[in-house]
Design a binder for this molecule. Sequence first.
Ligand SMILES: [Zn+2]
Length: 89
Amino acid sequence: MEQKQKTGRPAGSKTADREVVTFVSSRCRACDSTERTHYKEKNRVEGYGVAPDGKPYTAVNLRPTKCQTCGQCRIDREYEYVPETANPN
Ligand SMILES: [Zn+2]
């Protein structure tokens, strides 16, 4: 008799109800490629403001990188937001 091996979560456990959040990778302006070299450094500038998506930010990260498709260098700007309630300090 052949028994199927059970995979996945155990019977009766709750299904995690996860929202899908879209993340758009930075692109090369020359060729539109999202392939890039790993970030080596991060220049973090703290400051409050409103990001291009209309949401607040508490810091901006500037990360030099290079397109792996065409070699174009660029700086990726990433907006960071940490609500005060999430920081017990
Ligand atoms: Zn490129």
